[in-house]
Design a protein around this ligand. Structure first.
Ligand code: ZN
Length: 234
């Protein structure tokens, strides 16, 4: 069924959450096996907040490097299939909540990273851009030549998403004839709001657990995204 859907579509948009990257060994924040169950002094939503970054900067980076940077992770079949779909001209955009850069590693070109990327970093004082190595090589807080703190261009708790990014995502979703939503339970802003803009006739959900829009979907697939999309790679 998914295969037929893909064949009859010309403007596919993929909207993905943490579940897309779990098969690459990157834990899902909100899943039972995710970071919440691990032993840190504070819960992740505290340690990855703007306040924590500003007040306990060294601890922020300790946690960030240990738990959010997965620079050795490799794209899985979901990333690869989506890149292939884009190359074939079928898929026009990947909208992701992930910050791991794995879609680009797989070869996707048009990736809208709603929550930013660990691969972009900048000085909070002078805005100079830095490679991620500047973060990994620092023994505690990474500093710019101007002595400003270098931070990742990722959206922390207490911070808002970039308006331009949201507008871009909406524009693609509006034009899509097929929307595939994968690896997200759609509980997190802005996922649920964004899909309201979809006006196409093929809404596909690929998620291992139920979501609140299952009934609205034209097709629900209870599988790993990688397995569900695998047909496109073979
Ligand atoms: Zn600077």
């Amino acid at each position: 069924m998914l295969k037929e859907y893909v064949e009859s579509s010309n403007y596919i948009v993929f909207f993905g959450g943490a579940g897309v990257s779990t098969e690459s060994g990157i834990p899902d924040f909100r899943s039972v096996d995710g970071l919440y169950n691990q032993k840190w002094k504070y819960p992740p939503e505290v340690m990855i907040s703007r306040t924590f970054f500003e007040e306990k900067t060294a601890e922020f980076f300790e946690f960030y490097k240990a738990k959010l940077l997965h620079l050795d992770a490799q794209p899985n079949s979901a990333h690869l299939a989506l890149a292939a779909l884009e190359k074939a001209g079928k898929l026009k955009a990947v909208i992701t909540q992930n910050i791991d850069g794995l879609h680009q590693k797989a070869g996707s070109k048009n990736v809208i990273e709603l929550h930013g990327s660990v691969y972009r970093n900048y000085c909070v004082s002078c805005n100079t851009a830095y490679e991620v190595e500047k973060i990994t090589e620092a023994s505690d807080t990474p500093l710019c030549n101007c002595d400003g703190i270098i931070r990742p261009d990722v959206v922390l708790y207490e911070e808002t998403l970039d308006d331009n990014m949201i507008t871009k995502a909406i524009n693609h979703i509006r034009r899509a004839d097929m929307l595939i939503i994968g690896g997200t339970s759609l509980g997190v802003y802005p996922a649920a709001g964004l899909i309201q803009y979809f006006a196409g006739d093929k809404l596909v959900l690929i998620n291992k657990t139920a979501t609140h829009i299952d009934n609205d979907a034209d097709l629900v697939i209870r599988e790993n995204i990688g397995d569900a999309l695998l047909f496109f790679l073979t």
